[in-house]
Design a protein around this ligand. Structure first.
Ligand code: ATP
Length: 233
């Protein structure tokens, strides 16, 4: 579904990604874990077209997307839920969801998508006229996810959905990621909360200062001594 090869990204003189390669197969939940500054967000932004790599290639559903603009990549089936949620604060819940569907023209199916999302997140339905900026952190995370799902993606990229949320909400969000995945959406999940991420993922990559240092089955990595020491406390 998604294949990344030898990705190199610089911010000026800072070499943020140093030859990163990984892949996500159809139907999987794959997680990229790593400490602050390891390059997780940079990786997602490069894959989704917000940053351009100096070297390397990215392909989505066997089409090369290296250097393709972000909105075109969205149209090709990849949606991103950004770090810190970043919903449109001055718009209502309903309007935020509408924004997620802006590339779609299939009116009847769009209605169906609203219904699906409101079914998945009843809280959003109750509050569909509320301004997004006045929602709680957990509600905003659900809205950001709902907005991304409104584009009907084949693959969903999620940047640290657990950030700033109470453990009970983190559990709820992660349960939703599993549910969305079961309904056929492939997931690439970037997380600092390695324990939660590894417990729902099929496979995982460990990122340290712009390089993948370990990869494997997520459940096996949960029991890996180096991972336990460095990321699971
Ligand atoms: P966090 O979990 O803290 O968000 P991360 O793993 O997502 O961390 P990135 O945000 O991808 O890490 O950062 C990777 C490296 O690139 C860091 O050293 C960071 O300081 C640097 N970096 C990120 N954005 C920029 C930028 N706009 N300009 C310069 N350096 C940057």
């Amino acid at each position: 579904m998604l294949k990344v090869e030898n990705l190199n990204v610089y911010y000026g003189a800072i070499h943020a990604l140093k030859g990163l390669s990984f892949e996500v197969n159809k139907g999987e939940i794959v997680t990229l874990i790593g400490a602050n500054g390891a390059g997780k967000t940079t990786t997602l932004h490069t894959v989704s077209g917000l940053l351009k790599p100096t070297e390397g290639s990215i392909s989505l559903l066997d089409k090369t997307i290296t250097g393709v603009e972000a909105h075109k990549i969205l149209g090709m089936g990849m949606a991103q839920v950004p770090e810190g949620r970043r919903v449109f604060a001055k718009m209502t819940v309903q309007e935020n969801l509408e924004m997620g569907a802006f590339l779609r023209t299939d009116k009847a199916e769009i209605e169906e998508s609203y219904e699906n999302i409101y079914k998945k997140f009843p809280r959003l339905k109750e509050r569909r006229k509320q301004l997004a900026g006045t929602m709680s952190g957990g509600e905003q995370q659900m809205l950001a996810m709902g907005r991304a799902l409104m584009s009907k993606p084949d693959i969903l990229l999620m940047d640290e959905p657990s950030m700033g949320l109470a453990p009970i909400l983190v559990k709820e969000i992660f349960d939703t990621i599993v549910e969305v995945n079961k309904q056929g959406v492939t997931v690439l999940l970037v997380e600092q909360n390695a324990h939660m991420a590894l417990s729902i993922a099929d496979r995982a990559y460990v990122l340290e200062t712009g390089k993948i240092v370990l990869e494997g089955n997520a459940k096996e990595l949960l029991n890996h001594e180096d991972v336990k020491k460095a990321y699971l406390g």
